[in-house]
Design a protein around this ligand. Sequence first.
Ligand SMILES: Cc1ncc(COP(=O)(O)O)c(C=O)c1O
Length: 408
Amino acid sequence: MNPLYAERMKTARRSVIRELLKLTEQPNIISFAGGLPDPDTFPREFLAQVAADEIRNNPGKTLQYTTTEGKLPLREPLSRWFAEDGMRFSPDQILITSASQQGLDLIAKVFLDPGDVVLVELPTYIGAIQAFEAMQARLVGVELEDDGMDLDRLSDAIAAARRAGQTPKLIYVVPDFQNPSGVTWSEEKRRGLVEIASREDLVIVEDMPYRKLRFTGEPVPSVASLDPEGRVVVLFTFSKVLAAGLRLGALAGPREILEKVVTMKQATDLCTSSLTQRLAVRFFQDYDVEGHMRTIRDHYRMKCHAMLRALDRYMPRREGISWTKPEGGLFLWARFPDQLDTERMLPRALDHKVAYVIGAPFFVDGTGHNTMRLSFSSATTEQLEEGVRRLGQVVEEELASLRLSQRA
Ligand SMILES: Cc1ncc(COP(=O)(O)O)c(C=O)c1O
């Protein structure tokens, strides 16, 4: 069978993290590993009621195919949602997708030939790495600082790729409460990014699954709202604000790009589920959306603060140990001294019944061994406190054993 597989399967990798997650899903383990939204935030009674109502009373719109672009009564409120946030996308500039992972896949298909360069943050979202690598793109990582990408390095990386005869095409960023790091880009860097994309004639893919989940600090304009030329493609998802299992999201951007994306989507799945689109239409029509968003933000703020408090209390205070303080989203990111390898430390953590996600797979340049992602979304406040206490102990023991082995 081997010779029959497509060339791209030689480089396609299963997510290491999904494999590791299987280890962490044991009873009694307090897990900060999974990146899932808290199911307590899903409005299940409302969804159950409108699903029954729609299926019974509106079968033509719910159980039938729909257009590839997606239902207009869903694109309209989305267009208003974007407008309230400073982004001008009319409904015909919005395509409903089977969540944002499909948006990534479609963008990759529309733009990337084998060897083309995509510039990504170091670290970046693993699902994006998979989608771009599936098209055999070359991923070039650019260091992510506390306020966004190092833009000098971004310019250098683009220039280096061109000198090497490669073709840079996309810059992929998650500027709000990034997965995995929790970092938010400053407005200055967002403006700088738009300038570089314009100067270099590149497309920016702005992935914003967490943008609506700001629970502290001041909002920063989206990259798309700062772009006068229409070279930003926005990926939005209902996964974190309604329910991840609906597999519903949207891609918004210039009409010219949208047309191409629609063609690729036809080949991929004809249309996104009519049923889940109708549920989202009803969400906008009949639900207290703003109240719901406030509840979710309050929920994650409480959890994030519980984790930050526990880190302050239990994490060893040593040079080289630090963590981010996110203003929204589901994750924070911890760094350790160079010699501490979080993958090697994982069995010790599992022995102590606590789990995290190792950092290295989020780095396309093979670095990041001394980092980890901690998700505060699903644990209870008691588990957040106890889990971080255990983690502090694990780190303490690991550092002590590293010192011993250095001396030996
Ligand atoms: C940055 C980022 N993009 C995209 C996704 C994909 O989410 P979905 O396909 O559920 O919209 C995720 C999920 O965690 C994410 O963190």
